[in-house]
Every structure is written in C-alpha cells, then in structure tokens.
Write a protein that binds this ligand. Structure first.
Ligand code: AMP
Length: 135
C-alpha cells in the first residue's frame, strides 16, 4: 500500500498546519521552512502528484488562491514582490509529491530564496526546439 504524503496528512487533519485559507477543494498554509516571512503553500485537497498531473479546473482553483495570497502578502506584510512557483518532479526540486504552489514574498534582494536564471546554451537550435514544444 502506498504511504500517505505529508500534505494528504495535513488535509486529513493528522498533521497540524498554520492555515491561511480553506475551501472545499483548496488549502493554504504557512510553509514549515520559511524561506522568507510569510512563505505560503497552496495545495489541492485531492491528491495529484504535481502541477503537470493536475486537472485544469483544480489547477485553476489553486492558482486563484495563490494569486490572492500574493496580493495579501504585498498589502499586509509589506512585501515588495512575490515569487509564485511549483516544482514538478525531483529533477526540478520537488520533495513532496502532492501538487502545491509556493507563494514566496520578497522584501530585499539578499534573502533565503535565490532564483538565478542564466543563459547557459548559446548554441541551441531554437527553430528545432520550437517545433518540438509547439502545442
Ligand atoms: P517542494 O520542495 O517544492 O516539494 O516543497 C515542499 C515544501 O513543503 C517545502 O518547502 C517544505 O518546507 C514544506 N513542508 C514539508 N512538510 C511540511 C509541513 N508539515 N508543514 C508545512 N510545510 C511543509
């Protein structure tokens, strides 16, 4: 039998959390490891392994709450910006296999959260990649 992930346990009330929002489908709470003050997680109550594997309607509900939490972080915590991200699969840093969105308020440049996107492949064939990714 598959073991329950930590977010399913939070949904089922087996593990406590600092709840920020709850409705029938969505739950939001503070991340136990506060990368910055107010770092929040938004999850769907039903188990899906990650963003890519979540049905569109559920994904939209989660993103709606993430947007609202980001707006409140700006207004109430005095954040100057917000990073909203969802890690999908281990290669991208996902550690809990239950769809969740991080909403990370940003106050200054030097904080616990570092996201660096550097150009890394100058010689790639962009037309060929475009063909492979087209929807
Ligand atoms: P990720 O690495 O994107 O899968 O994010 C998982 C996040 O869940 C991490 O930032 C953890 O700090 C957070 N986390 C793990 N267990 C708990 C918990 N019991 N309550 C709140 N946050 C948690």
């Amino acid at each position: 039998m598959e073991t329950k992930d930590v977010f399913c346990k939070i949904v089922d009330g087996e593990i406590p959390c600092y709840k920020l929002y709850e409705d029938e489908d969505v739950l939001a709470f503070l991340d136990i490891s506060q990368v910055t003050k107010g770092h929040a997680l938004v999850i769907c109550k039903k188990h899906y392994p990650n963003f890519l594997a979540t049905p569109q309607e559920t994904m939209h509900k989660v993103m709606d709450v993430a947007q609202r939490i980001g707006q409140v972080q700006i207004k109430m915590l005095g954040a100057k910006g917000v990073n909203i991200l969802s890690n999908c699969y281990e290669a991208a840093g996902q550690t809990v296999n239950h769809f969740h969105v991080h909403v990370i308020p940003r106050y200054e440049k030097q904080e616990g959260f570092v996201l660096e996107m550097k150009e890394n492949n100058k010689d790639l064939n962009l037309p060929s990649i475009q063909e492979q990714i087209k929807l």
